[in-house]
Design a protein around this ligand. Structure first.
Ligand code: GLN
Ligand code: ZN
Length: 774
């Protein structure tokens, strides 16, 4: 019996983000398409050679992408919306990038951090959204009634041939037809209704791959880890009855969760192989072994493709040994390695003790190779790798760097009152109104002002040591002072300091908290050419010193108007970091909550009357299965409340969330009990407020009155219209006036007129209906 190693997909961006720079240079017109193609080919070739050298037996192809693999699939099957004026033949680079980025007016490169609100910047680009519960964004397919499909891109065949010419017979990766349709948005059509036509094209694709010499195809159906309805189950049955019987063998690849109640369905599909995520769902192996046909080749995802921890190889060996003696197996990461950084070897700045606990993509392939060798040849064959792995596991478990007795003692001592404001909202509101004396329809912004090229340049120069801390600080003060002055001048009611000192809303805090480590080159693709470097949460979290009080105080000193303290919330810090796998996420989150609570109290003591705790990522942390939502929401909301609840009645807590699709969690959001919440609504034209029609949101709310993702300057009238609309669902006395997210990605030329118009809108509202309030 043989154990082989597969990788399912390797990071595309390159060891030094070569793809990012090649793309951005091409988009900027500084290089040609041929240059871009050459760079892309160089990366593919390097990645195959690297994976092979590391010991992978089964190499993927078509895992590479110039932008996104879902977009690649749309190109492959010719699903190009009419507005791109496509000739209907082949999807060329022009059409492809138009679908990805629109044809004008999008911000260029820069790793400004998270995609934030998770949508594209241009009205003409396809919509972008998160790939399951990852921080990777895909381009949402748009399908219409009467949609036709045809093979319209040769990428998957070209890349197979490219590898073949180098002597590698790869296993092409193809997003499965049912997951593709389930991820698509239909205009006047239910996407699954298009399945029969789509299957015709998939059958052609598979036949062509077989003809080119592909024995196996990795067909990804991550939707098999979701709750499925009957129509979706039937779609899977139809699809695989059609596709699995001829052509190459199909490795049906599932990840991001267990099959759960879909196991019966999967067990009947006539595929030749099945990949399981045994990291997220370790317990599914036994039931799967019982249910699937003995001839089905199992691919066991035993190495965590979503996190950066080193595996415990001896443990895995003992877990797999018996199975490997009885049947051929493939071992693999739980999912594509797209979601982890490339190579730990670049991390020369990491604390060596922490570094030895980590494994990036390269190290994960090495781990798989060592594990396979031991399973094939006996444990001693991987003696060195196993000892190192065992030593690292023990070292991590017992390290004093991880465990801080004070943190656990504090958590243990928390009683329920820590997560509850002293007084109910009505009483707090009166106290806050007295203290703040704000007008009706108070105006504010979400926090950041433009991170201009100069701001980023100054930061980069400071990091490189070209300007010292004092000079950098002076520069930031000038920017902050100017922003405060300008806000006063245009008549905003509640001011912000502008966040010029922050690189990223999570990194900025992580760098100041105990328990976090940072990489130099640990980039992970977020969307297109954009990458993030998630902090690594490795140990118990505490806050050695105030993190934001200095900047808050400086800004407040410039004005008599209230200056908001500005913090990132515990759930968002957790969801945008690589987190510990040695304790429940809920525990890590509570620890961060305590640290943020300390900061909140320090801001209050310094005199802040309003403190905003952003929870931009609260919704995206929702588990993929509905049955697990409540548990998550319980601890997430509790964590926010621990962070927020230490303050006096007359201190106003704001929170901000940048997404509009939270109708189904509106009650949990109400339970957060923030005094004021600002939310994205502008692009969904207040659709969100429907949620408030059925649920009387108890506290105050700032429905974003304009879309900061677009450079367009909104007219005052549009904003008063939206505010009037909002007034039908929420009492006017509860409404705040603000943009729908932070302004860091915008230019001052856009921000100035937009906010002036917004203040005018608030004044207009006060003039007509402001009397009932405050
Ligand atoms: N305060 C942050 C800002 O204004 C919030 C960003 C976000 O929610 N994505 O940039
Ligand atoms: Zn936002």
């Amino acid at each position: 019996m043989t154990v082989n190693v597969a990788t399912l997909g390797f990071p595309r961006i390159g060891l030094r983000r070569e793809l990012k720079f090649a793309l951005e240079s091409y988009w900027a017109g500084k290089s040609t398409l041929a240059d871009l193609d050459a760079a892309a080919s160089g990366l593919r070739v390097a990645h195959w050679a690297r994976q092979k050298a590391l010991g992978a037996d089964i190499l993927p192809s078509n895992d590479f992408s110039l932008y996104d693999h879902v977009l690649d699939t749309s190109a492959l099957i010719g699903a190009v919306p009419a507005r791109y004026d496509w000739d209907g033949e082949t999807v060329d680079a022009g059409t492809y990038f138009a679908m990805a980025r629109g044809t004008q007016g999008h911000p260029g490169g820069g790793d400004a951090g998270h995609a934030g609100c998770g949508h594209s910047h241009d009205t003409t680009a396809q919509e972008m959204t998160k790939w399951f519960d990852t921080n990777y964004h895909f381009m949402v397919p748009e399908l219409t009634a009467g949609q036709r499909f045809r093979i319209a891109s040769t990428k998957i065949f070209d890349e197979f041939a490219e590898a073949k010419a180098l002597g590698y017979t790869t296993r092409p990766v193809l997003l499965g037809p049912v997951s593709y349709l389930m991820l698509a948005k239909g205009k006047a059509v239910e996407p699954l209704a298009l399945l029969p036509d789509l299957l015709d094209v998939y059958a052609q694709i598979l036949a062509r791959l077989a003809k080119a010499g592909a024995d196996w195809v990795q067909i990804d159906e991550p939707c098999l880890a979701l709750d499925l309805d009957d129509a979706q189950r039937t779609a899977f049955e139809r699809a695989y009855a059609r596709l699995a019987t001829r052509g190459p063998k199909l490795m049906l690849t599932t990840y991001f969760g267990g099959l759960g109640d879909n196991l019966d369905l999967v067990a009947t599909l006539p595929v030749h192989g099945l990949h399981l995520d045994l990291v997220r769902a370790p317990d599914q192996l036994e039931p799967v072994l019982e249910r699937v046909q003995p001839h089905v080749l199992l691919s066991l995802g035993v190495i965590d493709g979503r996190n950066i921890w080193r595996a415990n190889l001896p443990d895995l060996y003992w877990r797999l040994k018996e199975h490997a003696a009885r049947r051929d197996l493939v071992i693999a990461p739980s999912c594509s390695l797209l979601h982890v950084p490339v190579d730990l070897a670049l991390e020369t700045g990491l604390d060596p003790e922490i570094a030895q606990w980590l494994a990036f993509a390269v190290q994960k392939v090495e781990e798989l190779a060592a594990l396979a060798k031991a399973l094939n040849e006996g444990e001693d064959a991987s003696f060195a790798a196993f000892s190192a792995s065992r030593i690292a596991a023990v070292a991590r478990r017992t390290s004093a760097r991880i465990h801080d007795g004070q943190v656990s003692a504090r958590l243990a001592a928390l009683d329920e009152s820590a997560a509850r404001r002293a007084a109910p909202f009505a009483q707090r509101r009166t106290a806050q109104q007295q203290r703040l004396g704000l007008p009706a329809y108070p105006t504010t912004t979400i926090g950041s002002f433009p991170q201009t090229a100069e701001v980023r340049k100054a930061r980069a120069a400071h990091i490189r040591g070209e300007i010292d801390a004092a000079a950098y600080d002076r520069y930031l003060r000038v920017e902050t002072r100017a922003a405060v002055k300008w806000q006063e001048d245009i008549g905003l009611d509640v001011l912000v300091h502008g966040e010029f000192e922050r690189n990223d809303m999570v990194q900025y805090f992580g760098e100041q908290l105990a328990g976090f480590a940072f990489t130099r080159a640990g980039w992970v693709q977020s969307y297109g050419s954009r990458c993030v470097r998630p902090p690594i949460l490795y140990g118990d979290v505490s806050r050695p010193a105030p993190m934001t009080v200095g900047w808050w105080r400086y800004a407040q000193d410039q004005t008599d108007r209230p200056m908001k303290g500005m913090l990132t919330g515990p759930v968002t810090i957790l969801n945008w970091s690589f987190v510990r796998d040695d304790q429940p996420r809920a525990v890590s989150c509570r620890q961060i909550a305590l640290a943020i609570r300390d900061e909140v109290l320090d801001l209050e003591a310094a005199g802040a009357a309003i403190i905003q705790i952003d929870e931009a990522a609260l919704r995206e942390g929702l588990p993929l299965r509905r049955g697990e939502w409540q548990h998550y929401l319980d601890w997430a909301v509790e964590s926010f409340r621990i962070a927020a609840s230490g303050v006096r009645d007359d201190t106003q807590i704001h929170t901000h969330m940048c997404y509009s699709e939270f109708n189904d969690i509106i009650r949990a959001i109400g339970d957060m009990d923030a005094d004021v919440i600002s939310i994205e609504t502008a692009r969904s034209q207040m659709e969100l407020l429907d949620a408030f029609a059925t649920y009387a949101y108890p506290n105050e709310v700032g429905p974003g009155v304009y879309d900061i993702h677009s450079p367009r300057i909104p007219a005052t009238q549009e904003m008063t219209d939206l505010l009037t609309l909002a007034g039908r669902h929420v009492p006017a006395s509860q409404i705040w006036v603000n943009p729908d997210c932070g302004l860091k990605t915008r230019k001052w030329d856009e921000v100035r007129p937009a906010l002036e118009a917004m203040v005018a809108a608030a004044h207009a509202m006060r003039a007509v209906g402001g009397r009932d309030v405050r």
